[in-house]
Design a protein around this ligand. Structure first.
Ligand code: FES
Length: 83
């Protein structure tokens, strides 16, 4: 079984702890050390707006989704990116 989880950010969330440490939280979904950023977000370079890209378990981009059908019919990919 596979699933699509849409991540729209391409950079980490910077969290500062009360002790002053900086923690980078992965927001792109590609980190091999999730939930922490490992720099894998650089792989999204070249992605175009309005498309959903597919990455394999190795973290390599393998394709893009052209059409998504939801329970309510065909979805606009731009709308999925804002859910
Ligand atoms: S934001 Fe995901 S690896 Fe950096």
């Amino acid at each position: 079984m596979a699933r699509i989880i849409v991540h729209t950010r391409g950079s980490p969330l910077v969290h500062r702890t009360p002790k002053g440490d900086t923690i980078l939280i992965c927001m792109c979904g590609l980190s091999r050390n999730y939930p922490f950023c490992d720099g894998s977000h650089v792989k999204i370079d070249g992605e175009e707006g309005g498309a959903i890209y597919v990455y394999g378990s190795s973290g390599k981009r393998v394709g893009r989704v052209e059409r998504v059908e939801t329970e309510k019919g065909e979805a606009d990919l731009e709308d999925l990116a804002t859910v």
